[in-house]
Design a protein around this ligand. Structure first.
Ligand code: CA
Length: 226
């Protein structure tokens, strides 16, 4: 999963980016509305955190142009004060959720996970695929009822696949959701990550769809309870 963070307060942007990366998300940071607006239209993200008061171009205008161009990216807006009119304007422009500064960074993480879960069409927080269970609100995986330890890259791949289980996720899309904008990506690095995941959860769980991408499915029958 990959998050776009548009925030001009450098200290806050840094704190948020660090908190999100600690929860395994890939994060791209833009410090003005122009760059943020552009990234939101040209790169693939699972959600965006958008400050309203931004230099060059304000957050409301960024959000309006995304929606006008058909971009359905889930957006959490940040507002500087508890102003009713600012919130209304944000929702009118197409925001999905908002937070008033100051806030706890962990609340941003929880709200983003909820936005991504809803945007991918999951009502329940626990998503099961055979012996594998993903808690979409806590961001944790279990395998056969035991916690599954994953690196950040493994988590980004597996969370993307489990949210779309039984569907093929194209290779290019998976790469977009795993790597940050300035990442140095080897041509076979995705295959290496998938190989490591297969050793952890069972090779049959991740199917290679030749020429297209990967599909997480339960080859072995019933899904774990949840
Ligand atoms: Ca600001």
């Amino acid at each position: 999963m990959r998050i776009l963070l548009v925030e001009d307060d450098a200290a806050l942007a840094d704190e948020l980016a660090r908190a999100l990366r600690a929860e395994n998300f890939a994060v791209d940071v833009a410090n003005n509305g122009e760059d943020g607006g552009h990234l939101g239209m040209t790169e693939r993200y699972d959600a965006a955190v958008l400050d309203l008061g931004l230099p060059v171009r304000d957050g409301l205008s960024v959000l309006q142009s995304w929606r006008a161009e058909g971009n359905a990216l889930p957006v959490l807006i940040l507002t500087a004060r508890d102003g009713w009119s600012e919130k209304v304007a944000g929702f009118k422009a197409g925001a999905d959720d908002y937070l008033i500064k100051p806030f706890r960074v962990q609340e941003v993480v929880m709200r983003l996970r909820a936005l991504v879960r809803r945007a991918t069409g999951h009502a329940a927080t626990r998503i099961a695929c055979g012996p594998l269970v993903y808690d979409a609100q806590l961001g944790n995986f279990e395998l056969d009822g035991l916690p599954l330890r994953l690196t950040a890259f493994e988590w980004r791949v597996l969370s993307t696949l489990v949210l779309r289980k039984d569907s093929v996720v194209e290779r290019g899309e998976l790469l977009d959701r795993v790597y940050e904008y300035d990442a140095d990506v080897d041509s076979n690095s995705l295959e290496v990550i998938v190989g490591r995941l297969r050793r952890k959860i069972g090779a049959a769980m991740i199917e290679t769809v030749r020429g297209r991408g990967y599909c997480l499915r339960n080859a072995g029958g019933e899904d774990a309870g949840g």
